[in-house]
Design a protein around this ligand. Sequence first.
Ligand code: ADP
Ligand code: MG
Length: 586
Amino acid sequence: MACPYPSVQIMPAFIHQLDDKVISQIAAGEVIEGPFAVVKELVENSLDAGALSITIAVEAGGKNLIRISDDGMGMSGEDLQLSCKRHTTSKILTAADLQNVATLGFRGEALASIASVARLEILTRQMGELTGWRLFIEGTAEKDFSPAGCAEGTVISIKDLFYNTPARKKFLKSDIREADKCYSMFRALALSRPNVEWKYYQEDKLKIHLPRAGLWERMGDIFGKQFMEGLEAVDYEEAGYRISGFISDKSHPRRTREYQYLYLNGRRIADRKLAYSVAGAYENFVQPGSFPCYALFLEIDPQKVDVNVHPAKAEVRFQRENEVFAVVRSAVKSALGVESIVRFDSRRPAGFPPSFPGRQMAISVADYGALFEKPPSDAAVVDFPAQTVNAPVSDVYTIPNVLFQLENKYIVTQVKSGLALFDQHASHERILFEQALNSLTSGKAASQGLLLPLQLDISVGEEESFEELLPQMLKLGFEIASFGPRTYLIEAVPAGVKISNEVRLIREMLEFFRENDERWIDAAEKTAAAFACKAAIKTGDVLSPEEMITLIEGLFRTGTPHCCPHGRPTYIRIEIGELDRRFGRG
Ligand code: ADP
Ligand code: MG
């Protein structure tokens, strides 16, 4: 795989003071929140200086000492003296450069901010120079500036952070907590540059040494080797965007978001919507409470993104936000091999009982067969040839007739090695969701006309959303005609919807649609989810045995029978062994 991080842009080697015009355009000043922020700023400087080997030492959670040594380009004596003044930088010159930032830093504030709240010592020798320089600053006053013998590169030591601002010092957490925060910051930085060698010391002990590597090895080095299996490579380019990195496959989600790393042009960013785009691409494979893990690198023309909006540059503004989200989704989907959530089978004959549509899809043999027994007569069928697969499920497998509704909420049935409980609403929701997506993408669906048209009134506030939703509703199989201002007539509903309260169904769909749930980035999926959620049978609905069977069969004809569109499970299985244990049968 190609190098996932942007090539390092070496900055020009002279530092200057930015003029007031540029300063006024720079977003709110950097604040050094704590030791971890010092680690971030200093390491970013080392990376901007083209370092290929960086050593970090942290003592007492960074409260006593943070020392960063690099083999970067170093500074001349003159530059060294300028580096700790406010708004001095070598990375941009004019306000126009703000549109084209390719380095991690550009505001010329970090060293000045750090110098004002700690004792700071810099040793540096510019590449190719014979001597180096030492600068020592205490409380913004220069205490020493002299030639010094040192290696090419830069060593910056920060001692006694916040020694002169007791109020801020008081807010620091325990040494252990602050050390953790420094180390997390280090991990994010080390992940972003696998081509850099890193050493991390904590209280004089080498905590980790990361040799130069590829991203995959680096992820293994940081997170543990077992993490490396189950990573899928992402390498995707579209419309001038490039996305690369690794993501966990569908079966290795984590319990925390801790393993989610997103980088934009080499800088880690925290963008909730972008994270949703990634999660959304997993198409409900990841259930609530578990999270995909990834290190993803986005490369975008710096002109198309504004990094000058957040003090720590963690948030950015994209010129074409939706385009970025869409490309990220496609990148992740293609890495996961998820083409589309709906896998159709057009050969399926129609004629499914109307209350549970969805039979046009092939049964998921693996999922279904894992639960239910084949009838004895079919025992010889091993490979499930196409015709068998597409035959009605009950021809291949039998759902035992031990089947009942618990609290009109769950369907309980015997399965191969125990029992299974199906959530009737969630299961039906999954079926309708895929049916709706099918209708939305493949054209108009079948409708069932109402005996008498029903009148639907829309309030002024809802009008706009309804106009937006209407074309999609028509595709789903609703027939809705305009009948005067904000009044409509419902003439037909999608085939398969239980005819009961159509006006309420449409109102609820509209409400769902208007809710700003960021989970649904794709408009078609959101409409499908609205329909599925509101049209599905509910808790409390009484089902006949035939309806229960049809529901279970229909569920296994969907692409993702295990969970509903919100990611909740559709069924759970209790093994006989579990029951044995609980009955003390050993
Ligand atoms: P910025 O990174 O926004 O330019 P800083 O205050 O972080 O501002 O750094 C000021 C300047 O000091 C940088 O522009 C750079 O020229 C110089 N500098 C800082 N750290 C290093 C380093 N490790 N190696 C070489 N030059 C450095
Ligand atoms: Mg900087």
